[in-house]
Design a protein around this ligand. Structure first.
Ligand code: NAD
Ligand code: AOT
Length: 313
């Protein structure tokens, strides 16, 4: 299948690399000029569980898409939430009536943005527990394992969704069809709503924060706020199961070594974060439904405070 990765940062490179290794024709699209230049010249350097490898992949800046005949079957969106609308605008030249678009960004409500640029019948939405990190231009570091859950936006898209699930699983990405993707999205949002903000503010990786004596209380309180809001949207979360899933990431020899993408954004790269699409979204929805969300509100403010202190852009 011809796949375009729209946003070839940490996660885009992980998915692009794995899908290409499985025999798909993968094209990367990214606006980071140094990154694109190095991949064009030397290929993408991938460190998988400590082993260095290199893969040659076609890569384009958005400005180069206008004259390409790429015939893309599937676009996988992997920008940060704040960048999603611009990316959807930038990839218009490679979309046609039958191009499917899969959105796996962290956070809640991205389908509303994607719908403004892509016909609803071509939209697939989900989330992923895979992780990745960029080490520098042209260089990505991968460890641990993960999964993907996804669903079609319209009922008639189910068959295509199952084909995408098969394609991702063939590439080792461990994908599953979700009958209730909003439930999957809320479950993953609880992982990010607890770990991303706390690791960013407290300056530690998942294991360091997760294994403190106060982590469990903070995590339970935040998960309760997410679950109370989710309930109003027809999603019943099994709170204990969600907390167990979060605790399973604390292993210092596994995913616990990961610094969440929010940490990578703000602390390592001085970039604005996705907090408004995660805890901030719960605060906004809480106000709408009359539910108090003090921990999400405080964490959102702390992250915005840190963004301002660091002059993040
Ligand atoms: P990233 O910042 O590493 O990558 C995003 C890439 O998109 C960047 O390289 C950027 O240059 C590019 N981009 C942005 N706007 C663009 C535009 N208009 N045109 C062209 N290129 C553009 O981000 P990431 O860490 O890969 O995260 C992507 C999404 O996946 C986020 O929603 C994140 O929360 C989620 N996620 C990340 C991880 C992780 O471990 N990094 C894990 C699970 C989910
Ligand atoms: C993560 N991390 O989603 C994924 O970094 O944004 C991120 C992210 C799966 C399990 C634990 C953390």
């Amino acid at each position: 299948m011809k796949i375009a990765i729209a946003g070839a940062g940490a996660m885009g490179c992980r998915f692009g690399y794995m899908l290409s290794e499985a025999g798909n024709e993968v094209t990367l699209i990214d606006q980071w000029e140094d990154h694109v230049k190095i991949i064009k010249k030397d290929g993408l350097s991938v460190n998988v569980d400590g082993k260095e490898t290199k893969v040659g992949l076609p890569v384009y800046l958005p400005s180069e898409l206008e004259n390409q005949q790429l015939d893309i079957d599937l676009v996988i969106l992997f920008t940060k939430a704040l960048q999603l609308a611009n990316m959807l605008q930038a990839i218009q030249p490679i979309l046609n009536k039958s191009t499917n678009v899969l959105c796996l960004l962290n956070g809640i409500g991205h389908e509303e943005t994607v719908e403004r640029y892509v016909p609803r019948e071509n939209i697939f939405i989900g989330n992923t527990m895979w992780t990745a990190g960029i080490e520098g231009p042209g260089k990505v570091k991968l460890f641990g394992s993960g999964n993907v859950e996804l669903q079609n936006l319209l009922p008639e898209g189910k068959e295509t969704a199952l084909e995408i699930v098969h394609l991702l699983s063939e590439a080792g990405l461990n994908a599953k069809y979700s009958d209730h993707v909003l439930h999957s999205i809320y479950r993953k949002a609880c992982v990010n709503g607890t770990l991303n903000g706390l690791c960013t503010i407290l300056d530690g990786n998942i294991a360091t924060i997760g294994n403190t004596s106060v982590a469990e209380h903070m995590i339970r309180t935040i998960v309760d706020e997410f679950a109370d809001v989710a309930e109003k949207e027809g999603v019943t979360l099994d709170r204990e199961a969600v907390i167990s899933q979060i605790k399973a990431t604390f292993d210092p020899n596994g995913i616990g070594k990961h610094y969440p993408s929010m940490y990578q954004d703000l602390i390592l790269n001085n970039r604005l974060t996705e907090i408004d699409y995660i805890n901030g979204a719960i605060v906004r929805k809480g106000k709408k439904y009359g539910i108090d969300t003090p921990y999400c509100a405080f964490l959102t403010e702390l992250v915005h405070c840190k963004e301002e202190m660091l002059g993040a852009k």
